[in-house]
Design a protein around this ligand. Structure first.
Ligand code: FES
Ligand code: FES
Length: 153
C-alpha cells in the first residue's frame, strides 16, 4: 500500500512498487487527463508536476513518489495564468496533448519567467501535438509569461 499526495489530497493505492505513476493516476485514481501515448518518456502526454517539476509519469515508479506533491491539470487553479492563457488563445484542437503540455509550461515558466523565442522553441521541441497546435501553444506561453510578470511572479 502506498500513500500519495495528489492535487493536495492523500490517496492510498494498493499496487506493485514498480507500477508507473501514469497507471496509478489513471486506473487506480481515475485521473484520465493524464494521457498514455509512447510509454517511454518521448512524447510528454503523461506529464505531471512532481514537487513542481514536470516529469513523465510513464517512467516514474509509484514507490519513488510517496512523499512528493503530485499535481495534475485538475490541481491547477482555474485562474492560473497558464489556464487563462490557454483559453484566451483557444489552444486545444482535440485536446489530447494539452494537459501534459500545460503542466510542462508551468514548470518551464517557473524556470524561465521571461522566455525568449528560442527558449520556447527548445522547450516545446520535445512535446508532441499531433493536431499541430504548436503555434497557439507558443502564443499562450508568451501570454502566460506576461500575466505572471504583471502579477510580480
Ligand atoms: S506516454 Fe509518457 S512521455 Fe509519452
Ligand atoms: S490538440 Fe490534438 S494532439 Fe494536441
Amino acid at each position: 500500500m502506498f500513500t500519495l499526495i495528489v492535487n493536495g489530497k492523500k490517496r492510498q493505492v494498493d499496487v506493485e512498487p514498480d507500477t508507473p505513476l501514469l497507471w496509478v493516476l489513471r486506473d487506480n485514481l481515475g485521473i484520465t487527463s493524464v494521457k498514455y501515448t509512447c510509454g517511454i518518456a518521448e512524447c510528454g502526454m503523461c506529464t505531471v508536476l512532481i514537487d513542481g517539476e514536470a516529469r513523465r509519469s510513464c517512467v516514474v515508479n509509484v514507490e519513488d513518489v510517496q512523499e512528493s506533491e503530485i499535481t495534475t491539470i485538475e490541481g491547477l487553479p482555474d485562474n492560473h495564468p497558464v489556464k487563462v492563457a490557454w483559453i484566451e488563445k483557444q489552444v486545444p484542437q482535440c485536446g489530447y496533448c494539452q494537459p501534459g503540455i500545460m503542466l510542462q509550461t508551468v514548470d518551464f515558466l517557473s524556470r524561465s519567467p521571461h522566455p525568449t523565442e528560442e527558449q520556447i522553441n527548445a522547450e516545446m521541441d520535445n512535446v508532441i501535438c499531433r493536431c499541430g497546435s504548436h503555434p497557439r501553444i507558443k502564443q499562450a506561453i508568451r501570454l502566460a509569461a506576461e500575466m505572471i510578470a504583471k502579477q510580480g511572479g
